[in-house]
Write a new protein. Structure first.
Length: 669
């Protein structure tokens, strides 16, 4: 009695060849199988065997192939771009133990090169991908070489697709990828074992046991030539060792490139390591932002360009979400990293680059994550870049969110370098003169003063050490950089408001607030009388030729406390019962409260500022292209870890005293 055994098998590949080409219809015929015996090896059973396909309608499930199966590029099923064409419906026919089909090629532009090579006879090999549902295993002991390699006859099998391939040899077709989808996942196969032996047949003769009367000669494949007497055929152990080495090399290559999902497919199809390198390179090119659209999951991305950025952004988003869930929603690509510790993320980054963390202590993993360089690239490993990205993001966000009140009343500028710059203080244009009939226009001059200042650079270094990773101290590279970002914003406010409080000398040698500049008030609280006096001073400013320039204040600057309360009372609209209760300055001034205007001792001063679009007040400047705080990173030399340097180029200078006014203020109550 035959004995049945159920095993799991992936999809398998067999070679064929191209036949007649119809250029007008973009179709051609293929001989996609002859069913000839090929030698195979099963890793699961550690068994070398011969496989034979029974080519007859009784043994083949042709519904899928005959219903329009895809024509692929080298059995690649991981992208729609791999579909070159389609098997025309109803074109399958079987003649004398050989199976034929007609293929119609796509009209897409990227398929044109392949179509030209097919017409020219350059591409002429095809391979069929199929699954076996039932094998008949026959033990043999009378082969010509004296071995006992079993014969597996596929008596129930199903072709799934046909592919154009570079090498069409059956021995190299191998077993295809075990991908996690319906078309290629493992499927059960029944093996029926017969106790009788079967005489060795000519490899070119195929017997159909389901139809004993059907015997045919197969002209397509040729029996392998016997090795010359001077050569020794490799034994089974040598073949297995070479296959394991090839598989390991391809796995390492794909893992380093972050394309582990391709490894099984390349190994199963029996491609050489050189062909595997070419396939990996093609996939990386397709994933590059300069090429076509790439669609790998962010966590699996690798290489350079958009795919690499996607991976780093996914891990960075997971860390930022952990730091501040309210400000950073967890993105889909970052979900697999949610809940991982810093050390676990470091292990992931090392291993996706082809490294191994097996047997490493926590300290060694941390050191490797900081020091590893990506094989085949000149960039540093992912993990330092991810930490730097998170630190920079928190630093920039803290910088942007820190309030700065001077932006309303001061003028912003950019400077191209660190050399001193001169800012012209416009003195006003000369009066227009009447031009008599046939008279000439007269030249005038614009008086000007000059204020000179230069950018200064400020910075500090943050160190993220190996101990931070081991202790899973997320705050070390989120809260600390955030505090540096806030400090950079606070530094700007310190510099700008120190100008008002320190009253520096201007280009004419006199202090910014000076009696000769007519911008100093008599010490008082913020009252209607004091504001009226300030408005009078603004109205008296003159330009060239002693002409009034019509400047009025827009902002009132006060420290928090009594002066701020007085200011808001003066500018708030009320419903008076008499003219004496009218707030004269309501709607004319905007109040800005700034803690940096609180003096170390004595009275609380208050200030008025004109619109900087009308006249210069204080100018603050950044280096061109470097507006705000910026960071640079490097793997630490002085420390074991990552160093993040925060750099800020900033300066501020009072340009024109006529847009500013100061009152020393009354002593606080």
């Amino acid at each position: 009695m035959p004995q049945d055994q159920i095993i799991d098998l992936p999809v398998i590949g067999r070679a064929g060849s191209l036949q007649a080409v119809d250029e007008a219809a973009r179709t051609f015929e293929v001989l996609w199988t002859t069913g000839a015996q090929v030698r195979r090896y099963s890793w699961a059973r550690d068994e070398e065997f011969d496989e034979e396909l029974v080519v007859s309608p009784n043994a083949m499930r042709l519904d899928r192939l005959n219903g329009g199966a895809p024509f692929l590029n080298s059995h690649a099923s991981y992208s729609l771009r791999s579909i070159l064409g389609v098997v025309e419906d109803g074109s399958i026919r079987i003649e004398a133990g050989r199976a034929f089909a007609r293929i119609r090629l796509s009209e897409r532009d990227e398929v044109e090169d392949i179509w030209r090579d097919i017409k020219a006879g350059i591409i002429r090999n095809v391979s069929v991908g199929y699954r076996v549902h039932r094998f008949e295993r026959v033990a043999r002991a009378d082969r010509s070489d004296g071995g006992a390699r079993a014969l597996y006859r596929a008596v129930d099998w199903e072709p799934l697709e046909i592919s154009a391939v570079a090498i069409g040899a059956d021995a190299a077709a191998g077993i295809r990828a075990e991908r996690d989808d319906r078309e290629t996942r493992l499927h059960p196969c029944t093996i029926t074992t017969r106790g009788t032996t079967m005489p060795q047949t000519d490899p070119a003769v195929v017997e159909d046991r389901d139809d004993p009367s059907a015997r045919h000669a197969d002209p397509a494949p040729q029996a392998p030539a016997a090795p010359p007497p001077s050569q020794t055929a490799p034994d089974a152990d040598t073949i297995r060792a070479e296959e394991r080495r090839r598989s390991a090399d391809i796995m390492a290559l794909c893992r380093r490139a972050g394309l582990a999902d391709m490894a099984d497919d390349l190994i199963a199809r029996g491609v050489t390591i050189d062909d595997a390198r070419a396939a990996v390179l093609d996939k990386l090119v397709d994933s590059d932002p300069a090429g076509r659209t790439a669609e790998p999951a962010p966590a699996q991305a690798s290489g350079s360009g958009a795919a690499e950025i996607a991976y780093r952004d996914a891990v960075s988003n997971a860390l930022l979400h952990r730091h501040n869930p309210g400000a950073h929603a967890l993105e889909a690509g970052a979900r697999e990293f949610r809940g991982l510790t810093l050390l676990e993320m470091a292990r992931h980054a090392i291993e996706r680059r082809g490294g191994s963390t097996r047997g490493l202590s926590k300290m060694e993993v941390a050191r490797t994550a900081f020091e590893q360089r990506a094989t085949g690239y000149h960039s540093t490993s992912d993990f330092p870049a991810i930490l730097a990205n998170v630190a920079n993001t928190t630093l920039r966000q803290a910088y942007a969110s820190t309030p700065r009140t001077f932006g309303a009343w001061a003028r912003r500028a950019t400077i191209t370098d660190f050399k001193p710059v001169q800012r012209t203080q416009l003195g006003g244009a000369p009066d227009l003169q009447r031009v008599l009939e046939s008279g000439e226009f007269q030249y005038g001059t614009i008086g000007e003063g000059r204020e000179v200042y230069a950018l200064a650079t400020y910075g500090r270094i943050v160190a993220i050490t190996r101990q931070v990773l081991i202790n899973d101290d997320l705050d070390a590279f989120t809260r600390l950089p955030a505090s540096f970002g806030a400090s950079a914003a606070d530094l700007e406010s310190d510099i700008v408001y120190s100008i008002l409080m320190q009253n520096p000398a201007m280009g004419d040698g006199k202090a910014l607030f000076h009696a000769d500049h007519n911008n100093m008030g008599t010490a008082s609280s913020i009252s209607e009388t004091a504001l009226a006096s300030a408005y009078r001073a603004f109205g008296q400013h003159k330009g060239l030729e002693d002409r009034l320039i019509s400047i009025l204040p827009r902002w009132i600057l006060t420290p928090p406390g009594p002066r701020a309360i007085e200011a808001r009372k003066q500018v708030t609209a009320t419903t008076p019962s008499s003219t004496a209760e009218v707030n004269t300055f309501s709607g004319r001034l905007e109040v800005i409260e700034e803690p940096r205007l609180i003096p170390a001792s004595g009275q609380d001063p208050w200030f008025l500022a004109a619109d900087p679009a009308r006249i210069d007040t204080v100018e603050y400047a950044y280096l061109d292209g470097q507006e705000g705080v910026f960071t640079e990173t490097r793997t630490g030399f002085e420390v074991d870890g990552l160093e993040i340097k925060a750099r800020h180029d900033f300066a501020a200078k009072a340009i024109d005293w006529r847009g500013l006014y100061r009152n020393p203020g009354a002593a606080p109550a």
